[in-house]
Design a protein around this ligand. Structure first.
Ligand SMILES: Cc1cc2nc3c(=O)[nH]c(=O)nc-3n(C[C@H](O)[C@H](O)[C@H](O)COP(=O)(O)OP(=O)(O)OC[C@H]3O[C@@H](n4cnc5c(N)ncnc54)[C@H](O)[C@@H]3O)c2cc1C
Length: 451
């Protein structure tokens, strides 16, 4: 990188990489007397958190605990960390109260009670929502709160390209600022670093994610010997709007099927129970596409009345209309696409990675909540619950943590390969590791079968 030219060294208390719900909620839960720098690779609205459509789960009441726990475990093929699932469910009400306190507006019935919807693999409606733009509602309100904080500085178009560590302690990051005429590097020295840099969809041709979400935390973990977990557990969403155009695929939320939409083959026949877990439905669609020799199957909303479509799914309605389909009158072509990453940087239940002074939250992390497959609408909740826990753990241990600004400044003098070359290497290394992990899982399954 001619970008090797370092323009700026920043010293701060905590640096957060990513401005989706994971990063924002961490910042909001840190003490106001700590200086925080947040960076985002793109602009503030380009995070998957803004894209979430369906909603956010909550424990409706104590009677729902066993059922919610079981639904999460069953969807995760019982590979979930039970402790993390328990923490998430038990914290859910508090998190929703926090969100409402920050001004998040969830749908309510005529009596002012919260309204719940249902998605695939949930045995009861327990999902809060705001039209079909729940993610935007939550993230924009959290962002507005963070922007009010005088102790937080946000840098857009600033990409973490490396961390600075010594003896398994993280002291900060090296970033590339891309929007100016000449891209350049900056270094940020901090006592604690939080990775909230989202999923890996940008590594795939067909994904519902923003293309700049390229699993950078994984690549850096591989290079710095930070523990990863289940990185071959990648969720394919069964229903995205089929398009021949390149780029991000538009999601047709699971709650559309939850409200009664059905999947049809070429002959107009149903071929699967639409509310089975996502991986099962996606597999059935792939099989049907092969049988029909078609690049998609159909999704029909004929069982959902027009009022519900217009009230609950206005964004989906509008988008499909722009693509030439009136979902109140006709079925739409849908195809599975990469959607969510269950694996990630291994963290404990306080979101701490295997490296000291380094945390990971949100989709970049793996705290084991989702096991082998995520239950719909658990990810916003999981991101928020474990972001708050990261903030608490950082706060509790802050006085013991150390900074090392000289080491961080010196790191920028290290030779970084040309940017494009570096990104290619990161991608190759991640896919190689995914393949390796897949083989480990296959071998384990075979061993279990042989027992
Ligand atoms: C279409 C869609 C619909 C969804 N619907 C739902 C739903 O209904 N319910 C639900 O619970 N979940 C849903 N999800 C999943 C959920 O939105 C995400 O899992 C969650 O928002 C992840 O939040 P995050 O903070 O971890 O990451 P993100 O919100 O993706 O934010 C990642 C941030 O990291 C930044 N970043 C990445 N790499 C770098 C780098 N190297 N340097 C600097 N910054 C970097 C990005 O710019 C961004 O700011 C949906 C996801 C998609 C794509």
């Amino acid at each position: 990188m001619n970008e090797n030219k370092v323009k700026l060294h920043i010293n701060t208390d905590i640096v957060i990489v990513g401005t989706g719900v994971g990063g924002l909620f961490t910042a909001l839960n840190l003490p106001r007397d700590k200086q925080i720098v947040m960076i985002t690779k793109a602009d503030l609205e380009s995070s998957d958190s803004f894209l979430a459509q369906g909603g956010i789960c909550v424990l409706k009441n104590e009677d729902d605990y066993d059922s919610y726990f079981e639904d999460t475990m069953r969807a995760g093929h019982y590979e979930n960390r039970k402790e993390s699932v328990d923490i998430m469910i038990r914290s859910s009400r508090e998190i929703i109260d926090d969100l409402i306190g920050y001004g998040v507006d969830f749908e309510r019935d005529d009596n002012g009670h919260l309204r719940f919807t249902r998605e695939g693999a949930h045995s009861t409606p327990r999902i809060l929502f705001h039209e079909d733009i729940t993610g935007k509602e939550i993230t924009s309100k959290l962002l507005a709160q963070v922007q009010k904080l005088p102790n937080v500085t946000i840098l857009e178009n600033t990409e973490m390209v490396d961390i600075v560590e010594q003896d398994n302690v993280c002291y900060g990051i090296v970033c590339r600022v891309s929007k100016e005429a000449m891209p350049h590097l900056i270094t940020i020295s901090a006592k604690d670093t939080v990775w909230a840099c989202g999923g890996i969809g940008g590594l795939y041709t067909h994904s519902t994610n923003f293309p700049h979400l390229t699993g950078d935390a994984l690549a850096l973990s591989l290079r710095h010997h930070i523990k990863l977990e289940n990185i071959d557990y990648i969720q394919i969403h069964p229903t995205t709007l089929y398009s021949e155009k390149p780029g991000r695929r538009f999601l047709i939320s699971e709650s559309v099927r939850g409200e009664g939409a059905i999947l049809l083959n070429r002959k107009g026949e149903r071929f699967v129970d639409e509310l089975l877990p996502r991986d099962v439905v996606a597999r059935a669609i792939y099989e049907q596409m092969e049988k029909d020799d078609m690049p998609y199957v159909h999704l029909s909303l004929e069982n959902i009345d027009k009022k519900t479509i217009m009230e609950h799914f206005p964004n989906i309605y509008q988008h499909c209309l722009e693509e030439g389909y009136d979902i109140t009158k006709e079925s739409i072509p849908v195809v599975p696409a990469q959607h969510y990453f269950m694996g990630g940087v291994h963290v404990d239940c306080n979101s701490k990675t295997s490296m000291e002074q380094l945390y990971a939250v949100g989709e970049a992390s793996c705290n084991g909540v989702h096991g082998a497959n995520r239950l719909a609408s658990n990810s916003l909740l999981e991101s928020l619950v474990f972001a708050k826990r990261a903030a608490k753990h950082i706060t509790d241990g802050f006085d013991m943590a150390e900074s090392c600004p000289k080491l961080v400044e010196a790191a920028a003098l290290r030779k970084y390969n040309g940017y494009d070359e570096l990104k290619k290497q990161y991608k190759t290394e991640i896919f190689e590791e995914i393949e390796r992990e897949k083989k480990v899982h296959e071998q384990y399954i075979n061993e279990v079968k042989c027992r």
